[in-house]
Design a protein around this ligand. Structure first.
Ligand code: ASP
Length: 313
């Protein structure tokens, strides 16, 4: 039987009711007791590395998760990480970046309802995550609802639906049908996959922000980030991406930020189809100044990638 490690980090899946709403309290072993379908599937050890609402997670917690995976990588065939849904897409993207040449399954999962709540989605999600962890998929993935998603393409789309996550700009790796994995792609590779020797690199620059443009937002907003010493900015613009260059002209301020050494990535408020800076002057001119494109990355993946790349400088 395969040997799988469960790393518990908290989230609704582990919550119990309190006077202040749901708080994570159950550890991995308590969660597993409520999923008897796992008996006979694999051997499981549990380690609790934190027990937090994922909205309270910070980059140092991603580093802790990546280090826990690296520490146990050789001893296990796969790793399941139970996690809150709110920021699970960020953590999955972060581990996809930090774990290099990851050839074992590292599967994030969580739930919209606590494991102990009637009608919870937690049992199915945990069963699916362990099924994926016992499969031959390699790298970081997220198992949720009916989907197995590449670790850097997941996005939380619904606050309540059991199909809470989508796979953005990439096919899901697999669909769960009656608890069986139906592969959708030939290559069963998640985030961090590579053919070299496994390693972990958790260095990050956290002075990174996302600036969302509204119609009429003026570019003086960039001065704040410059004054505060930010090293990277993701400008979440409209449509194919870029910055306004009309009567409200962002280009001079953009140039100032770039000349100050700030790395600028143009992203889009659209969910699908990516950024295409060469389509309109708003993108072409920003690009000529040195802004780069987020391409097909989600905001979560683009932000984490920028933190990681700046962390290597
Ligand atoms: N607030 C919770 C969390 O992200 C939501 C969830 O897990 O569904 O930890």
């Amino acid at each position: 039987m395969k040997k799988i490690l469960l790393l518990g980090t908290g989230g609704t899946i582990a919550c119990v009711p309190s006077a202040y709403g749901l708080v994570p309290q159950l550890d991995g072993a308590a969660l597993l007791q409520l999923v008897p379908q796992l008996d006979g599937l694999c051997r499981i050890d549990c380690k609790q590395i934190m027990n937090l609402d994922s909205s309270n997670l910070e980059p140092r917690h991603w580093q802790q998760m990546a280090e826990a995976v690296a520490h146990n990588y050789d001893a296990y065939d796969g790793i399941v990480i139970t996690h809150g849904t709110d920021t699970m897409a960020y953590s999955a993207a972060a581990l996809s970046q930090m774990l290099q040449n990851c050839r074992k399954p590292v599967i994030f999962t969580g739930a919209q309802l606590p494991m102990q709540a009637a009608g919870s989605d937690a049992h199915a999600n945990v069963l699916h995550a362990f099924t994926a962890a016992c499969s031959d998929v390699q790298g970081v993935c997220l198992a949720f609802g009916r989907l197995l998603i590449h670790g850097s393409c997941a996005k939380k789309l619904y606050t309540q639906s059991f199909d809470g996550f989508g796979s953005v700009n990439r096919q899901p790796l697999a669909i769960f049908a009656n608890d069986v994995l139906l592969w959708q792609t030939q290559q069963r590779r998640g985030g961090g996959w590579g053919s070299g020797a496994f390693s972990v690199n958790t260095k990050l620059e956290t002075k990174v922000a996302v600036v969302k443009i509204l119609p009429g937002t003026t570019p003086d907003i960039l001065d704040f980030y410059l004054q505060q010493g930010y090293k990277g900015l993701i400008i979440e613009g409209f449509g194919a991406g870029g910055v306004p260059n009309g009567s409200n002209n962002w280009l001079p301020q953009l140039q100032k930020a770039l000349q100050a050494g700030v790395k600028i990535i143009c992203a889009t408020q659209c969910l699908y189809d990516g950024v295409h800076l060469d389509t309109y002057p708003i993108g072409v001119l920003a690009q000529r100044l040195g802004a780069q494109s987020a391409g097909y990355a989600t905001i979560e993946a683009a932000a984490v990638k920028l933190m990681w790349e700046l962390g290597q400088e």
